[in-house]
Design a protein around this ligand. Structure first.
Ligand code: HEM
Length: 154
């Protein structure tokens, strides 16, 4: 089961990136036009997938071979000195939780009764920051040789 969930966690990274790009386009293009129900649904799709990945991630963090186990086995001091352990035990979880908090805030902005131009501007800011934080927090294969682009395909 663990490997299956890891495959989903890895795949959802691409879906989250795609949904963020769709939402960025929708809030940037014609930003003064009405905020439609379709816009609200695209925001909701992003929120749902991001929250599912958060839950899978939390399970992996506490039950898997990379994450909290490093702090338990080696202590925080040693973990912070080692770039790989620091990434899995501290950086990945912190960056992703920040990004998911921003996406969650975007949900309440999307539901607010404010002028479309103002709403789209706020949403655009939240999405772009979330995108940058996620891009910086993903364990890309060029940083970690044991992490593939598509888990399960090769
Ligand atoms: C937007 C949210 C997230 C994205 C896009 C994301 C992305 C990824 C990716 C691409 C991997 C590598 C998967 C692989 O080895 O094929 C990974 C692994 C992992 N992620 Fe996340 N992640 C997210 C959120 C989280 C959160 C919030 C946590 C912790 C609470 C977390 C914990 C982990 C752990 C522990 C692993 C390593 C699992 C293992 O190899 O056994 N992730 N994540």
């Amino acid at each position: 089961m663990y490997n299956g969930l890891l495959g989903i966690h890895s795949l959802f990274r691409w879906i989250i990136l795609l949904l963020l790009i769709v939402n960025i386009f929708r809030s940037a293009v014609d930003s003064s036009e009405a905020f439609t129900n379709a816009d609200k649904k695209w925001n909701l799709r992003l929120l749902i997938i991001a929250h599912i990945n958060l839950l899978i991630g939390l399970y992996q963090y506490f039950a898997g071979p990379k994450g909290f186990v490093f702090i338990r086995e080696y202590g925080m001091g040693e973990v912070m000195k080692n770039s790989v352990m620091r990434f899995w035990a501290v950086e990945h979880i912190t960056g992703m939780i920040i990004a998911i908090v921003l996406i969650t805030i975007s949900r309440s902005v999307a539901k607010k009764e404010i002028a479309p131009a103002q709403k789209n501007k706020k949403l655009l800011t939240l999405y772009v920051i979330a995108l940058v934080v996620i891009l910086a927090s993903v364990p890309w294969p060029f940083r970690f040789s044991d992490v593939p682009w598509f888990r399960g395909l090769y």
